[in-house]
Design a protein around this ligand. Sequence first.
Ligand code: ASP
Length: 280
Amino acid sequence: MKIIIHGGFFSESDQSHEVKIAKQESLKNIAKKAFDFLQTHSAFDTAAFAVSLLEDDELYNAGIGSQIQSDGIIRMSAAIMDGETQKMSGVINIQDVKNPVFVAKALMKEDDRVLGGNGAKEYATTHGFENFSTEIPKRRKEYEKKLHNGGKGTVGCVAFDKNGNLAVATSTGGKGFEIPGRISDSATVAGNYANSFCAVSCTGVGEDIVSNATATKIVTRVTDGMSLQEAFDKTFDELKAIDGFAGAIAIDYNGNLYHKDSYPTMVFASFDGENLETFH
Ligand code: ASP
């Protein structure tokens, strides 16, 4: 059983030492809580649970603390994919729900599994998700000052359970100040992808991740026989060729953990019951 989570990027230039320590502590706590949960739950349930804890922490740009689009409205996106069934479900640009990842998870039982905008919100309302504003004063101030924070703080989790199944979930508040309705990579197969060989969650510039098909490429390469390192290196080389910017976390079918990023540092933590690793 293993867990790896990320909370987007950390850049020394726009965040303080205190924020760095707070993110390290938060990620370590959430990785431990998710690992405990994994003892009695599937990888699928655990990926959603871990991402909901990250959404609830306003340090990250997902759920509470999401960034605001250029028209002053928060629109969030999240997806979940079960490596065992190879099914993905998600919400794109949903407003006013506390945990977009739980709406994405609820959609897994539907024939129509990825909903956008008003349809996603309507589905959430009729399925018992309360109206909830995820705006925090810090984000409104950034928005009013037109401070561009570059979307750093998307969250994700990859889990590997006792039956050897993999799952991934990813959630984001987007780039901030984007054209209303812009679609992030997080609820696409470029940003969030899994099968029985490998599961990957990405963060970074959504447009680059979609152009590079980052998560799908890594998973496909591992499926076709590459190691995680080979699959990451090749995919990140291709990203470099388009001047792209991304980070990703993964676990393969043997329970190997992996993470890689373009500069600056992606904030992450992993836990296997013994080793608790985090970013520096
Ligand atoms: N990938 C997210 C997006 O482009 C942002 C991020 O990961 O920081 O919406």
